[in-house]
Design a binder for this molecule. Structure first.
Ligand code: HEM
Length: 394
């Protein structure tokens, strides 16, 4: 296996990681990434196969699990019940309950509400240059997921702040301040939801929290801690990635001077898939081996980790013709922006619906939209999202 060295916080890499991905992909199915201390897969076939391989998973093998340091107890109390950090049988049970409450009918029924929300936000755009992230890209996903769960819109800013603090734990540049802030956010978020669940228990409504409470009350199915962790996961996962897909998508569409015809209702689906393929917001996920596995001449022992490079797989020339080119008219092929296998994104149908509506309406209502300054990615790797997106309506 060849080795590569690349700091995940080096500014040039954060701004454009794709040249490194292309070089690494050419080095073979597995490349040892010095800074992460583990092999990484960059091509589509290997990443896809590993995501689906049941000999690998996200849950820390029990013999490797360590008690979290005291200052992170509140954060880990939530993580310990998050389906994203679990494997079957607990994962199957939690995911099944969420899917039961999160039906395609329920999601499709959100469309008129998402449209109205986008219109209202666009109505408030100023005349001069403004940052599209707080004015639009953050608002749409956070308000939509809050409403689905049944949390009032007025909580949106607070949810954003808790979520940003917690999600910061997954970046390469994590430090003690980030850890303390995340633990405080987790404790406050869980306390808020504990009260909120009690309120909903007393006054049920037609929302996801009420449906999950029903699952809890049916007996052994969902504990209160699991219910809280699931709500936090849905609120966090439910907007962070969508915010950055919207931001990265608008940046690409404007930089590439994309023909507005690509955003009409008949073509928006293909354009959204190309945005997700071309510049997705989540670049790296890891898996643990649960048994000895031989792969591409490398032997994984139980407990060894591997990095799966979703955004690199999405630009594999073995799957896409001229993958470095943004082409909304490409014939659709499943890309890996939402992952694959057991942990495939639960929110993919909702995210796609939000992206289609939010991008379609934005360009329809603001045909003169242009970049007011060169966009700059935030130092958040392995997330890939903009620091701000200054635009002007005309
Ligand atoms: C464009 C937006 C989004 C992207 C790119 C995205 C991407 C992903 C990816 C790659 C995974 C799998 C991680 C892994 O395999 O290790 C995942 C899982 C997940 N996502 Fe999303 N996501 C998006 C939006 C959403 C939304 C809107 C929701 C909620 C409503 C959501 C909820 C979840 C949950 C709960 C999981 C965990 C699933 C499991 O462990 O079985 N995501 N997402």
């Amino acid at each position: 296996m060849q080795h590569l060295s690349q700091s995940p916080t080096e500014p040039a890499f954060v701004q454009d990681p794709y040249p490194l991905y292309a070089r690494a992909r050419a080095m073979g199915p597995l490349v040892w990434w010095e800074e992460y201390g583990m092999p990484a897969a960059f091509d589509h076939a290997t990443v896809d196969a590993l995501l689906r391989d049941r000999r690998f998973g996200r849950e820390v093998p029990p013999e490797q699990a360590e008690a979290p340091p005291a200052h992170l107890a509140a954060f880990h109390a939530v993580e310990a019940h998050s389906m994203l950090e679990l494997e079957p049988p607990r994962h199957t049970r939690l995911r099944g309950l969420v899917l039961r409450a999160f039906t395609s009918r329920r999601i499709a029924a959100m469309a008129p509400e998402i449209e109205a929300l986008c219109h209202a936000l666009i109505d408030r755009f100023p005349d001069g240059p403004f940052d599209l992230l707080p004015a639009y890209a953050q608002q749409v996903p956070v308000i939509v997921i809050a409403r689905l769960l049944g949390v009032p819109d007025s909580m949106a800013d607070q949810l954003l702040s808790w979520s940003n603090a917690m999600v910061a734990m997954y970046q390469a540049r994590r430090d003690r301040l980030i850890e303390d802030t995340a633990a405080r956010a987790a404790a406050e978020f869980a306390a808020f939801l504990r009260d909120y669940v009690e309120e909903r228990r007393a006054r049920p409504a037609d929302d996801l929290i009420t449906h999950l409470i029903a699952a809890e009350e049916e007996g052994e199915k969902l504990s209160t801690d699991e219910l809280i962790a699931t709500c936090i996961l849905l609120l966090n996962a439910g907007h962070e990635a969508t915010v950055h897909t919207l931001g990265n998508g608008v940046k690409t569409l404007l930089e590439e001077r994309t023909d507005p015809a690509a955003l009409v209702p008949e073509r928006i689906e293909g354009t959204v898939e190309e945005i997700l393929r071309f510049d997705p917001p989540l670049h790296l996920f890891t898996r643990y081996a649960y048994e000895p596995v031989e792969l591409a001449g490398h032997r994984f022992e139980r407990g060894a980790q591997v990095a799966l490079m979703l955004a690199a797989a999405n630009r594999d020339p073995a799957v896409w013709h001229s993958p470095e080119r943004f082409d909304p008219a490409r014939p659709p092929r499943a890309n890996l922006a939402f992952g694959a296998g057991l942990h495939f994104c639960v929110g993919a149908p909702l995210a796609r619906l939000e992206l289609r509506i939010a991008l379609g309406l934005l360009f329809d209502r603001c045909p003169g939209l242009r970049l007011a300054e060169r966009p700059h990615y935030a130092d958040l790797y392995h997330f890939h999202g903009l620091e701000r997106l200054m635009v002007s309506r005309r």
